[in-house]
Design a protein around this ligand. Structure first.
Ligand code: ARG
Length: 487
């Protein structure tokens, strides 16, 4: 059985006859996780108070007291974190905890802060600011670190030639560095998705939308946004955001949170694919990649084991992040327009996805920094799988043979090798090449020069197309990355 708690008076106590049921109180609170919004909550409140003063709804002295009180509170939470004395679960959320602590501290002016505002526009504003801040922080920190790690890996392994795979079957030879740069590129693109809402769309400023319908008070929403832009460094940029069109939409929409979760999910996807690739490369069967022992674990029963558990967890956690995206999308699909308490779940989801992705990026970068391609294991296998077959077909094109004919000729040559127990095209004689070429009704012939297009190391040097995985195009890519990163 539950009993009722003797709670401090809430602002709505005049309307709701009883104190909140204890079970309900624990059930409804979000303070235990939304406390993380405190900095943006304080910043939003200062912008709001500044606006209230400018339009004459509060005095300059009120605004000063509010500003000083909020700054004190912010400093205390900086210091105490979730243990801050003002966090009282019975006050439900960060917004009411901060407002109540402010009023306790400064008295009457604190009671004026919520003029023309509701928690509905306040929480929407906080979330916009929080997402903005962490998106840019991810770019400056975690993404920067992982992109650098892959570029370093490319540099350290620029001379390693390895097979590439399509269908997980040997395809064409590549520079191992080119594969490393691929991951740098995927993470750079993943980061763009965090920036996209700010750079390519109009993000809307919800503050001043009130509970749903706005307010009859003469507030100036442009002013609070102006203040936020001008006076709160690093919060939002001028061109990134404008006052929302509709107060109803503003308090009901979580579009930006969905965009953010999608960016998280896409990042998790690339982390997972990379992890899967390296898990395969770390098998005895492949043996292409070595990572430091400190990023592996062993088995409680099999003494010989060295398992890539960190990589497996990175791969596994992608499932959680996809779940987070889907969780919010699912919550939203059934909501009538206007604020509904279901929306409170958004923060649990957004924080969780952010934490997962940022921790995985950090873990991944550490692993990459410890890794190298195992040249000694890779190189002896390069003459298996006819990695140079496409190169030979292209060589025949340069000798004037149409590509389809060349493709057929090389297919025939590969089949002939297999029939004769040869494992590489370079084991065939010039006569054998010309015999098959002649059979395809062309008068073109090859000389000893044909061997310059065979063998993985030769092939890799011959790549010419922009973005290609070896030779000059790879060196160009590496140089471009180094220039971009200033290394
Ligand atoms: N903690 C709430 C949330 O995160 C704040 C808004 C509550 N609004 C309300 N009218 N109950 O969504």
């Amino acid at each position: 059985m539950s009993d009722t708690l003797n709670t401090p008076a809430k602002s709505w106590q005049a309307r709701i006859g009883e104190a909140t049921d204890a079970i309900a109180q624990t059930f409804v609170e979000s303070m235990s996780y939304d406390w993380r919004l405190y900095k943006v909550d304080v910043a939003g409140s200062i912008a709001h108070a500044t606006m209230l003063e400018k339009v004459g709804l509060i005095t300059g002295a009120d605004r000063e007291a509010i500003f000083a009180g909020l700054k004190e509170i912010e400093a205390e939470i900086d210091r105490d974190g979730p243990k801050w004395a003002g966090f009282k679960p019975e006050l439900e959320d960060i917004h009411m905890c901060v407002e109540s602590a402010l009023t306790e501290r400064i008295g009457e002016p604190g009671r004026k802060l919520h003029t023309g505002r509701s928690r509905n526009d306040q929480v929407a504003t906080d979330l916009v600011l929080w997402i903005h801040n962490v998106s840019y922080a991810l770019g400056r920190e975690q993404f920067d670190v992982i992109i650098r790690a892959f570029v370093d890996l490319a540099e350290r392994n620029r001379d390693v030639v390895m097979p590439s795979f399509t269908h997980l079957q040997r395809a064409q030879p590549i520079s191992a560095g080119a594969e490393a740069l691929t991951w740098a590129s995927t993470f750079s693109n993943a980061l763009q998705r965090f920036y996209a809402p700010w750079m390519t769309q109009t993000v809307e400023w919800p503050l001043g939308s009130g509970a749903i319908a706005g307010t009859s008070l003469p507030i100036d929403r442009e002013l609070s946004l102006w203040w936020m832009n001008r006076e709160t460094p690093g919060m939002v940029g001028h061109d990134e955001i404008e006052v929302s069109r509709s107060s109803i939409e503003s308090t009901a929409s979580r579009d930006l949170a969905c965009d953010f979760l999608y960016a998280c999910a896409m990042t998790a996807q690339w982390l997972s694919r990379w992890a899967e690739q390296w898990i395969i490369y770390m098998t005895t069967e492949f043996g292409f990649i070595k990572i430091a022992d400190r990023y592996t674990t062993s088995s409680s029963m099999m003494p010989q084991k060295r398992n890539p558990d960190m990589l497996e967890l990175i791969r596994g956690r992608c499932g959680n992040v996809y779940g987070d995206l889907f969780a919010l999308m699912t919550i939203l699909k059934g909501l009538p327009i206007g604020y509904n308490r279901d929306l409170q779940e958004d923060k649990r989801i957004v924080f969780r996805a952010y934490d997962t992705v940022s921790q995985c990026l950090t873990m991944a970068a550490a692993i990459v920094n410890s890794a190298s391609y195992d040249k000694a294991r890779i190189e002896p296998t390069l003459d298996r799988g006819f990695l140079d077959a496409t190169s030979l077909a292209e060589y025949l094109v340069t000798a004037g043979i149409p590509f389809r004919t060349a493709h057929h000729i090389v297919g025939t040559l590969v089949a002939r090798c297999e029939k004769e127990g040869k494992h590489a095209l370079s084991q065939l004689s010039v006569e054998a090449f010309n015999e098959v070429i002649a059979a395809s009704k062309t008068d073109k012939r090859v000389t000893e020069d044909v061997f310059t297009c065979l063998g993985a190391a030769n092939v890799v040097k011959r790549y010419q197309s922009a973005g290609a995985a070896g030779g000059k195009p790879f060196e160009d890519q590496l140089a471009a990355w180094k220039e971009r990163l200033g290394v």
